[in-house]
Design a protein around this ligand. Structure first.
Ligand SMILES: Cc1cc2nc3c(=O)[nH]c(=O)nc-3n(C[C@H](O)[C@H](O)[C@H](O)COP(=O)(O)O)c2cc1C
Length: 192
């Protein structure tokens, strides 16, 4: 069921580093993303895949994780993702990166849903310097990194909770490193 997949598809920030992601697995995820809706069907995205350890290790330090938990350094040591998909916009197709901010979310969510169905998981990373990513990957000048999707075999527990009107939405962790994600109630988000 799609809803089960959506529930299982959490933002994971701890992975089994022994489970390496293959290029073929990343390609399978992008193959789903390429079939999704696209504004005026322009399909301006290009996908940079990283699966070799040396390259994954170069990308990890330029991604920033869990802004809400400044006292923690996530992922914990030895629990990093083992693959990355960097979603870039080919600015020769369309120059403004603002135009495709909605599309990039659709692509990233589809990548993660496919990853979840494959028994994997990940996290969208929007907190990075595009210039630093471009330089690290040696991307052509016309490619603009929009969003990074980290992928791996999840090795942590994430629990969804329900919150009422006015309660904080900030995610948090307990002493056992269980990650809690508060979600608003259905009745609180329906307008009519
Ligand atoms: C567009 C977007 C960008 C995000 N960027 C980051 C990020 O840079 N670092 C991070 O740790 N999590 C990032 N996240 C993950 C969110 O923090 C996460 O979706 C939220 O806490 C809810 O958790 P859930 O995805 O398990 O429902 C991002 C999510 C989205 C949708």
């Amino acid at each position: 069921m799609l809803k089960d997949l959506v529930i299982a598809n959490r933002s994971y920030r701890g992975f089994d580093e022994n489970r390496r992601i293959t290029r073929e697995e990343l390609v399978q995820m992008v193959d789903c993303a390429r079939l999704t809706a696209s504004s005026v069907n322009m399909q301006p995205f290009r996908y940079y895949l990283a699966w070799e350890k040396e390259e994954v290790d170069r990308i990890q330090p330029i991604t920033k994780w869990a802004k809400n938990l400044p006292d923690l350094s996530l992922p914990h040591e030895g629990m990093c993702p083992t693959g990355f998909i960097v979603i870039c916009q080919d600015t020769r197709v369309w120059e403004s990166v603002a135009r495709f901010q909605k599309d990039v979310g659709i692509a990233a969510q589809t990548i993660l849903l496919e990853a979840t169905e494959m028994g994997l998981g990940g996290c969208m990373i929007g907190n990075f310097s595009a210039a630093q990513v471009k330089e690290t990957l040696g991307l052509a000048e016309y490619l603009a990194p929009l969003l990074i999707v980290a992928v791996g075999k999840p090795a942590e527990k994430v629990v969804l909770t329900q919150i009422g009107e006015g309660e904080p939405t900030a995610y948090y962790r307990d002493e056992d490193d269980v990650h809690y994600v508060p979600k608003r109630r259905l009745e609180d988000i329906l307008l009519n």
